[in-house]
Design a protein around this ligand. Structure first.
Ligand code: N7H
Length: 508
């Protein structure tokens, strides 16, 4: 585990960070609490968040107000525990007043989250769907038709096989908003939710519709998603917040934050500035079934054992080994040292050194269909990346559900639901999440004709998916995947307003 500059300073004083934080009393802006561990995880292989000093300096060069931006938007996949509470609004006027008195004082800004000494016991963010804005009589057009339609109406565009598998509460338009609680324990998330529910009970203005709890996986799997691959390595560096590591995409703040430099929509209401659209998806993962597929279909080459052939197939489906090492840089076997080094594990373009365009015929090192190549094609679309692609999102999801049990592993069948509570932030869902899913992952002809589906998230309405390029010994051999290893359980599109908008437009 990495030391943050905060803990480094403490070690210098002969204290460990945990001791120091538990001994300090922290004002979260609402009540005094003691913190005993950071809300966030920081696996070695993921880029660390900037220090508060670096973030503040970067923000001042672009005039970004990090204290006005809700904390979840820019920090990526670093939550330890998270509780999503989906609600409906039953009395708009009373809700607005409760938002001001009960919820707003607890909302956590970006500045608070990156500074461990300022973190509250439980971080809280809030976001609203289009029907939530309607319920609050907020009639401005936010300039995003996917958001306006809602995800239920969008299911066909995403190639979901209907909505029969959807969590019933997502199948419709009744969810008005979501509260996102994050902490180092779920008990803290739950007790904060209970405190808010008690306070809101007096106004009888909100009803619970659904909740989902997520948690970073335990032990050495911390930061890995349920298939076992390290996640959260490659999120874009947002100008005005982070300094990029080698290979990290650099995006103007307006690609993620509404109304900032780089936001291409010019017709938004002024109060929407510094908000971001949140695409939420509950994506169930069939882990034993995925593992069985790898076991049954090893890549066969003279130099690899059967197990190594299965591992290679999985790595080529994702584009990274479980350690995080990219297959483009380590094409045959995993390289955990490379995977663990954030200054090297994202430093590739799919092109030969010095070239600005990747060879459109060569997928020996990484299939064109690999999940990370489909969702960020780098030099496949030519470099510099910014001129060819404004389809970046900040992924901020977290795994949910239990570890695979011995009996599930043995039977090759999922018995208890687990997956990824997917969260993607962007200033435009049509060019962000929806575009990645619809026009790249689900499109067998992207990035070149006939490369096939993204074998991880590509969706074909439940029908079998042909994926090409997975076998490095025969790149014309297509593999037909009969099972979706990721099953959409639905979701909703939300808008996460700035804290000043919450204090004005959303409050009375
Ligand atoms: Fe993906 N996985 O385990 O295979 N993803 N993803 N994702 N994903 C990434 O590079 C995974 C999903 C992106 O910049 C990694 O940080 C799983 C959706 C993008 O090079 C792994 C699910 C969408 C990237 C996974 C899932 C995306 C990315 C490598 C669902 C958008 C960065 C870690 C259960 C529509 C690409 C890393 C880049 C990386 C997995 C969903 C997009 C391991 C299991 C729905 C943009």
């Amino acid at each position: 585990m990495k030391s943050t500059s905060f803990s480094v300073a403490l070690f210098g004083l002969g204290l460990c960070a945990t001791q120091f934080v538990s001994a300090s009393v922290i004002d979260d802006g609402h009540s005094l609490h003691r913190r005993d561990a950071s809300i966030l995880i920081d696996p070695d292989a993921q880029p660390s968040l900037p220090s508060i000093g670096a973030a503040t300096a970067a923000a001042s060069t672009l005039g970004l107000n990090l204290t006005n931006i809700q904390g979840d938007i820019l920090i990526g996949m670093k939550k330890n525990k998270e509780l999503f509470f989906f609600f409906g609004i039953t009395n708009a006027a009373k809700f607005k007043s409760a938002l001001k008195s009960v919820i707003l004082p607890r909302i956590t800004s970006t500045t608070q989250l990156v500074d461990v000494s300022k973190q509250p016991q439980t971080a809280l963010n809030i976001a609203f769907s289009q029907t939530g804005l309607n319920a609050l009589n907020i009639t401005d057009d936010l300039g995003d038709t996917a958001f306006t339609q809602g995800q239920f109406a969008n299911a066909a565009n995403l190639n979901d096989p209907g909505t029969a598998n959807w969590v019933p509460q997502f199948a419709g338009t009744s969810i008005h908003g979501v509260l996102l609680f994050a902490s180092d324990t779920l008990a803290k998330c739950e007790s904060d939710l209970t405190a808010i529910q008690l306070a809101l009970a007096k106004c009888a203005c909100v009803k619970e519709l659904y909740r989902l709890e997520g948690a970073a996986r335990p032990g050495s799997q911390q930061g890995h998603e349920h298939f076992g691959f390290l996640d959260g390595i490659s999120n874009p560096a947002v100008q005005g917040f982070q300094t990029p590591l080698p290979g990290q995409a650099v995006v103007p703040p307006g690609e993620i934050l509404v109304g900032e430099t780089g936001d291409t929509v010019t017709t938004r209401p002024t109060w929407a500035k510094d908000g971001s659209f949140l695409a939420f998806r509950q994506l169930k993962q069939l882990v034993p079934e995925f593992n069985k597929f790898l076991t049954d279909n090893p890549i066969r080459t003279a130099n690899l054992t059967r197990q190594q052939g299965s591992d290679l197939l999985g790595a080529r489906m994702v584009g990274r080994w479980k350690s995080g090492a990219p297959v483009f840089l380590s094409p045959t076997v995993d390289n955990p040292k490379l995977g663990a080094d954030p200054s090297k594990n994202n430093d590739f373009t799919y092109a030969a050194p010095g070239e600005t365009v990747a060879d459109p015929t060569d997928q020996t090192k990484c299939p064109f269909s690999a999940h990370i190549r489909k969702t960020r094609p780098r030099a496949d679309l030519g470099l510099p990346e910014s001129s060819s692609s404004n389809h970046h999102i900040v992924r901020g999801g977290i795994p949910y559900g239990p570890e695979v049990s011995a009996s599930e592993a043995k039977s090759n069948k999922t018995k208890t639901e687990r997956g990824l509570a997917f969260v993607g932030y962007q200033s435009n869902i049509l060019t962000g999440f929806q575009f990645l899913q619809r026009f790249w992952a689900n499109n067998p002809n992207f990035v070149h004709g006939g490369v096939g589906f993204d074998p991880i998230i590509g969706a074909n309405k439940g029908a079998p998916r042909i994926v090409n390029g997975l076998d490095p010994t025969n790149s014309t051999r297509g593999i037909t995947i009969m099972t979706d290893f990721i099953v959409s359980r639905g979701g909703e599109y939300f808008f996460s307003p700035s804290i000043s908008a919450l204090a004005t437009k959303f409050s009375t």
